[in-house]
Design a protein around this ligand. Structure first.
Ligand code: DQQ
Length: 678
């Protein structure tokens, strides 16, 4: 690409030395198909987030939107063999290492790699972490755009581009899969950190290590269950000496220790082994148990797969227990979906359908209560969920909409987000979702920088009462306390083919909230011209359609933000329903190498990892753009906050020994009072 100036509007011009966001001489795609569920586009910089919208021809119908974003890709020599030990010990590859095996290495500098470390997302001080262990109560980028097209059947489509903490006696606890020796997966132990607010974290010593035959190959994912009278049962998967996946029980050495520093593994371990017909390496990640009063027992779900009859089904087995030592496998399966393969990190929890509040995991099914089943699909590394009806007596759960079943329908996040888990926070009566965000660079680079992977922002999860068929995910309120300088940029009209630099100061830690007004009549006229935008082939935010894309360029500079090629480059996208009387809203949280986006209050979310080589430190900037050829767009309101850094550091008994706080006074027993007499 040559250094030509480009712009077609009254807004600012940006010189480009690469494929420009607005390349005016490029022919528009014709006869394009409707946007599909996903938008994968190759873009050079870091990550791109796009929104495409399809305007409704009819009135009164629901409108939908697709949102998405783009991941990036450097030069060098073929690196050595991947070091991750996942495949050998019975879990799939956890990093992008193998895919980048033959990519030449980019000469990353220390300052580039240092910049990638986040400031308010949880990550260990060093080395590898992955999915969290559960508890009872858990660019550059970027182009963000919308594209509108009339949809003949009258829907407005907007196309765009873990396991959790537990609350225990005043502290949120996070246990996570951790390799103390290296920045790649292996030697999995339980890392441990505590927080008073889910934002500021204190590292504690490793909670559990592989030190028995039944977990010699790793202390894998587990879940805690708070029992009546403050007792705590921790079930986790151990990979044995022979790499058989078994379930083990552990409990706190001192239940009065608010920090839960020491754990005792039960003498009766393993408490559950793979049942007949289940593969020795396909049986892992026990859920938090839920209490079924009619049975006087606790139920625990475990993910697996059934490859008989070439079904390749993801399945959920349920065990019944009274004492967490003896377990009975219930007949049948809670649920199965053919073709979806191994289900990791299964989660099963109730949601209130008529009130905006979280429910304890043991809340029974009934009027106003539905159950969410979530699985992390080992085959494609995405977290899928469905909302449905649970019948404890039949050991059955059925989705409300079979066509949107687990693994074939909705996802928590349409970007990089996996092995998530929820927990019920009794302090704030909310259900909190935490996802694990892997790297999309190479293992080689991870080893150089000395760390890999982090946690997404904890998200409050609610049933979406407006759609009646999806969840809403939103960063926990405590994240707002990190907001510093507020830039209220008011209302901005953006002509087709323009880019507007936004003066918000340093642009590496931001919280961006925007509301867009869509010009439906203009969109209707544009649609008449039958010029479309195909998400699969459009080339990301750099390509143009009559109606867009439009949105934000995050962590951008005036050239391609990253010239590295040893990265996974990908465009992410999905549909966002925009209902009648709703405007299109968007929140984007930027924290160095991670960008989390929430459309329509969290109806659709996309998380990206980004590794700019240029738009870092003072060079990172924020732009609003409209890449449409025919339709202006109005950003009705735009507010951008600088974000503070969180305190994430080792626990210091001199500074942190005062455990008194309002949270400490919380009587967690009261939450389980319903079980006390059972
Ligand atoms: N990670 C754990 C497993 C789980 C997987 C091993 C999810 O228990 O299935 O580190 O990424």
């Amino acid at each position: 690409m040559n250094n030509t100036s480009w712009s077609s509007s009254s807004s600012a011009c940006m010189p480009c030395s690469y494929l420009p966001l607005l390349h005016l001489d490029r022919p528009l795609p014709t006869g394009a198909k409707r946007c599909s569920q996903f938008l994968f586009l190759s873009v050079t910089a870091v990550l791109v987030l796009c929104l495409l919208a399809f305007a409704s021809r009819s009135t009164g119908s629901a409108r939908f939107a697709l949102i998405g974003d783009i991941g990036v890709e450097p030069a060098g020599h073929v690196h050595s063999l991947p070091i991750s030990r996942g495949l050998a010990t019975g879990v799939s590859d956890k990093s992008s290492g193998s895919r980048l095996f033959f990519k030449p290495s980019y000469p990353w500098t220390n300052s580039m790699l240092l910049w990638q470390r986040t400031s308010f997302h949880f990550q260990p001080e060093k080395n590898w972490m992955n999915g969290v262990d559960r508890n009872p109560y858990l660019i550059v980028l970027l182009f963000f755009s919308f594209l509108f097209k009339y949809y003949p059947d009258g829907e407005l489509l907007l196309l765009t581009v873990g396991a959790g903490p537990m609350y225990y006696k005043g502290w949120y606890h996070l246990f996570y899969q951790y390799n103390p020796d290296s920045a790649v997966w292996g030697n999995i132990t339980w890392g441990h950190a505590v927080s008073k607010d889910l934002v500021h974290w204190l590292y504690l010593p490793i909670a559990m290590v592989p030190d028995h035959w039944y977990d010699a190959n790793g202390v894998w994912t587990g879940s805690a269950t708070l029992l009546p009278h403050g007792r705590l049962a921790m079930l986790y998967t151990g990979s044995t000496l022979e790499s058989v996946q078994v379930q083990n029980l552990a409990f706190p050495a001192d239940p009065d220790d608010q920090l839960l520093l020491d754990w005792v593994k039960a003498e009766s371990n393993p408490v559950v082994v793979p049942p007949p017909g289940v593969g020795a390496k396909d049986f892992r990640d026990p859920t938090t148990a839920w209490y079924v009063a009619a049975e006087g027992a606790w139920f625990v779900a475990i993910g697996s797969k059934n490859d008989t009859l070439r079904r390749h089904s993801g399945i959920v087995l349920v065990y019944k227990t009274v004492d967490f030592i003896q377990y009975e496998l219930l007949p049948g399966v809670l649920h199965a979906v053919d073709g979806t393969g191994m289900w990791e990190c299964v989660d099963f929890f109730p949601v209130a359908t008529e009130v905006a509040t979280g429910l304890d995991t043991s809340e029974p099914a009934g009027p106003g209560v539905k159950h969410v089943l979530k699985a992390s699909l080992d085959d494609d590394k995405h977290d899928y969920y469905a909302i449905g009806t649970y019948n404890a007596a039949l050991n059955a759960w059925e989705p409300d909409e079979p066509e949107k079943d687990v693994g074939v329908g909705l996802r928590y996040d349409y970007g990089k987000f996996y092995a998530s888990k929820t927990f019920f926070d009794p302090l704030k009566k909310r259900r909190v979702l935490w996802g694990w965000i892997g790297e999309t660079d190479s293992e080689r680079t991870d080893l150089t920088k000395g760390w890999a992977s982090l946690q997404a922002l904890p998200r409050t999860v609610l049933f979406d009462q407006k759609t009646g068929s999806s969840l809403l995910q939103w960063p926990v309120d405590e994240v707002d306390k990190l907001r510093l300088t507020k830039n209220n940029l008011g209302s901005i009209s953006l002509a087709a083919g323009s880019v507007l630099p936004l003066d918000v100061g340093t642009a590496t830690q931001l919280d961006i909230v925007a509301e867009f007004a869509l010009n439906y009549s203009a969109s209707a006229n544009a649609n008449e011209a039958d010029v479309g935008y195909n998400c699969s082939t459009s080339g990301g935010a750099a390509s143009r359609g009559v109606l867009g894309p439009f949105g934000f360029l995050v962590l951008a500079d005036q050239n391609r933000s990253s010239v590295a090629s040893d990265l996974v480059k990908r465009v992410y996208g999905s549909i966002v329903p925009v209902l009648d009387a709703e405007t299109l809203t968007l929140r984007i949280v930027v924290d160095h190498s991670i960008v989390e986006s929430f459309a329509q209050g969290g109806r659709t979310c996309i998380t990206s990892r980004v590794y700019p080589t240029r738009a870092i430190y003072g060079a990172a900037r924020l732009f609003l753009f409209n890449n449409a050829t025919g339709v202006d767009v109005a950003c009705k309101s735009l507010t951008v906050w600088q974000m503070n850094s969180a305190f994430i550091r080792p626990f210091d008994s001199r500074l942190d020994s005062s455990l008194d706080s309002p949270a400490t006074k919380f009587e967690h027993d009261s939450v389980f009072s319903e079980f006390k007499n059972s």
